[in-house]
Design a protein around this ligand. Structure first.
Ligand SMILES: Nc1ncnc2c1ncn2[C@@H]1O[C@H](COP(=O)(O)OP(=O)(O)OP(=O)(O)O)[C@@H](O)[C@H]1O
Length: 747
């Protein structure tokens, strides 16, 4: 235990050294370095450790080290095992998808919706999980085969279970494309988006991506984009759209090809998303900007192709197909027979544009399936955007939607013929039954194998998480103890990253404004805005970043600068409060500084600077507002970007932030000088007795004089003058001015 106590005393010593920084002008970083040099020259920890080992075979820190290295070794074995299983799973999945086909076509039959009338004979009948029969007349039927047929009562869950394998492919680095195709009003948006109770493919895919990425033992960075292709133009759905002709137009989206053949959409917004909720909120936002309209076939009909893109980057998995890849989820515009919908004007143009691009998409997929040498990507914007996600090295799912209604039979035939064109020639109806059964058997086997691998991997991943937690708690305790000494030895890091532990230091030991100014430590501390939780709470020793605030025609002593944070707070609040109230009790403390500074350096129209505001109460709210406006005009005239961020040499200026009290000094002053209302004995804090444009402050002062019975106006004025002298004495006293300075000033 001797060793432990020695270490502890060293730790507390370094802490003490650190807390003394800035207490006296001598206790600066040079001093701290010297003391730490002395500490370094003392017998090293290793010497103690050796001694300790001699005296006792076991020690807490050694045990920690031993446990840490043991945990690390275990983790590396487990991680290797997970990587091996991942590679195995990837291989099995690929085999599985190859048997299934890299372009797969599903068919979903929409259920009947309330109020719809149907003829006695059902025109669209699902056969089994792959077949669908169309009944044209009594004795004329036609059978269509697909990779999967979803019956009218199939749930969103069932649909997603067929989609899920391609999400795994996406995480393996393949580009993936999920397309919802069909006549208008057949349920494309329902499948892709779903509703609150039955979420569709898009939310489920996003959720699965985040979940599977978390389970994968690799670090993924996801980004979300959303666009629509409307009348042949690309429109970013995450950018506010121009409503009036005078509104600026959003940047034009151009499609480019990078040297590797990847598609780049210029100016498309891609927002990094770290979790499901974040991505979904963006999706909801984008959905609001979609172009929809009411048509004869659908009350809320999508008049464009809506495309959602999740890009993912994973640089620590070398076995992935690509470092960055993407998954497109596309709710295609509804195919429609213009004659039937009787669309005209804009609706007609929209329908025509949708049909043309759908036809181009069909041509591309068909050419890919036939392995044609020329793939006609350039025939539409839709196929240009999807160029790198439809080819050889990617996975495509087409969900074809059909209506159950007899009157829609023509459109249903068109949709199913379109879908048939997309089906792999190899997997078409030419495939013999025997071969098909063999293929299905092999696929089932691979699926079981994959399930087995995933179960094992999950077991290991859980174990890794547990071990990591243990390791974190062990390494945290050992690194915490070294951190403080390192900070003292490395004074440059104190500047921005470490906050002095002022709350642990007794008040009398904390630096004053002057000492901070002399030692120069004030500017080394936090740049962040401090929130003042309650009026009486002590604030840490910290100062807001100060910027020069040039004022024309000012002598050096009266020129000022204010904190950037406070300036912004003031401005915001003045605008927000319609200039009536400058700050409230929970205002940033630094903004209080500015208002107090305005009592001492009152600025009017940026021309005249008086040391003290005239002790005139502004009871008329209009006047009060005007005064506030003067302040605003001051901030806006002198607080321009230039003056806020830099120094303008044409002005005489000095940094008044060094004259304004530090928040701590102000809070100290408040403690020492709480004002007792002589009439009712209540304690008013200094803040509330100051003359600012805070209505509360005025009320307090009004109370102060009004509550004294029989006080004449002259007496009131004298009290106010005395009171101002008192305040000025306090404030300026803290800044190093002598009382006779004020007497001279007042006289
Ligand atoms: N499987 C389903 N279960 C329940 N309701 C459905 C289903 N499919 C579609 N619907 C309902 O049918 C209506 C039309 O669906 P939806 O708007 O999704 O069609 P759409 O194909 O996207 O049409 P458009 O191309 O005109 O945008 C909606 O009210 C939707 O809720």
């Amino acid at each position: 235990m001797k060793m432990k106590s020695t270490k502890k005393s060293f730790r507390s010593l370094s802490q003490t050294i650190y807390s003394l920084l800035g207490f006296k002008s001598e206790t600066n970083s040079t001093w701290a370095n010297t003391v730490c040099d002395i500490i370094k020259s003392l017998p090293s920890t290793a010497d103690y450790e050796n001694d300790y080992h001699d005296s006792a075979n076991c020690h807490d820190d050694d045990l920690d080290d031993f446990l840490i290295s043991k945990l690390r070794a275990e983790l590396s074995v487990l991680n290797e095992e997970v990587s091996r299983l991942n590679a195995q799973r990837r291989q099995v999945l690929n085999e599985f998808l190859q048997l299934k086909g890299s372009i797969r076509v599903f068919c979903r039959i929409r259920p009947t919706i309330n109020g719809e009338n149907y003829s006695h004979k059902k025109p669209v009948v699902p056969m089994d999980s792959n077949g669908i029969v169309l009944n044209f007349t009594e004795n004329k039927t036609k059978l269509y085969n697909f990779d999967q047929v979803f019956h009218p009562d199939s749930s969103q869950n069932e649909v997603f279970s067929e989609v899920e394998p391609v999400i795994k492919s996406a995480l393996d680095g393949y580009n993936v494309c999920i397309l919802a195709y069909g006549q208008t009003g057949t349920g494309k948006t329902f499948t892709m988006e779903g509703n609150q109770d039955c979420p569709g493919v898009v939310p489920r895919t996003i959720e699965a991506l985040f979940k599977q990425a978390a389970d994968s033992n690799h670090k993924f960075v996801f980004s979300f984009s959303m666009l629509e292709i409307y009348l042949g133009h690309l429109k970013d759905l995450l950018v506010p759209q121009a409503r009036k002709t005078t509104d600026p137009m959003p940047p034009c989206l151009n499609i480019q090809t990078d040297p590797n053949g990847g598609i780049v959409i210029e100016n498309l917004v891609a927002i990094q998303v770290s979790n499901f909720n974040h991505a979904i909120s963006l999706y909801r936002l984008g959905s609001q900007f979609r172009s929809t309209a009411s048509t004869n076939s659908n009350k809320v009909s999508s008049r464009s192709h809506c495309m959602i893109r999740m890009s993912m980057t994973c640089s620590d998995a070398t076995e992935r197909r690509k470092i960055t890849n993407k998954i497109w989820m596309v709710d295609l515009g509804g195919s429609e027979r213009v004659l039937k919908t009787k669309a005209s004007g804009r609706r007609f143009e929209e329908g025509k544009a949708i049909n043309l691009s759908l036809s181009a998409l069909g041509d591309v997929i068909n050419a890919l399936q036939r392995k044609n040498s020329h793939i006609p990507y350039r025939n539409s914007k839709l196929t240009q955007v999807l160029k790198d996600s439809l080819g050889e090295d990617s996975k495509t799912l087409m969900l074809v939607h059909v209506s159950p209604k007899e009157e829609d039979l023509c459109e249903t035939v068109c949709s199913l013929n379109f879908a048939l064109r997309l089906r792999s020639i190899r997997l078409g109806k030419t495939e013999p039954n025997e071969a098909r059964e063999m293929r299905e058997l092999a696929m089932n086997k691979l699926q079981l194998e994959m399930q087995d691998i995933e179960n094992n991997r999950d077991k290991f991943t859980k174990e890794i998480k547990k071990l990591n937690q243990k390791l974190n708690s062990l390494t945290k305790t050992s690194s915490d103890s070294n951190e403080i000494l390192e900070t003292v030895l490395e004074p440059s890091t104190v500047k921005t990253s470490v906050k002095p532990p002022s709350s642990k230091v007794p008040r009398f030991m904390r630096p004053t404004v002057c000492s901070t100014r002399k030692s120069g430590t004030g500017h080394q501390t936090l740049l962040k805005k401090e929130i003042r939780p309650t009026r009486r709470k002590r604030l840490p020793v910290s100062r807001a970043e100060s910027v020069n605030f040039p004022i024309k025609n000012m002598t050096e002593s009266y020129s000022s600068s204010i904190s950037r944070a406070s300036c912004l707070v003031e401005l915001n609040e003045m605008h927000a409060e319609d200039n009536d109230t400058v700050y409230s009790h929970d205002t940033d403390f630094s903004s209080v500084n500015v208002s107090e500074a305005n009592q001492w350096v009152y600025l009017h129209n940026n021309k005249r600077v008086l040391p003290i505001p005239p002790p005139v109460q502004i009871s008329n709210p209009r006047e009060r507002k005007k005064k506030g406006n003067d302040y605003i005009s001051l901030i806006s005239s002198t607080g321009s970007t230039k003056s806020m961020t830099g120094v303008d040499d044409s002005y005489t200026e000095c940094d008044i932030s060094s004259q304004i009290m530090s928040p701590d000094a102000i809070s100290d002053t408040c403690y020492q000088n709480d004002y007792v209302n002589i009439a009712d004995g209540t304690v008013l804090s200094q803040e509330s007795t100051h003359e600012t444009w805070d209505t509360k402050a005025y009320d307090s002062k009004d109370d102060l004089t009004a509550n004294v019975p029989g006080v004449s106006d002259l007496l009131k004025e004298n009290i106010m003058i005395l009171y101002n002298i008192f305040l000025l004495g306090l404030g300026f006293g803290n800044l190093g001015y002598e009382p006779d300075f004020f007497q001279a000033l007042m006289s």
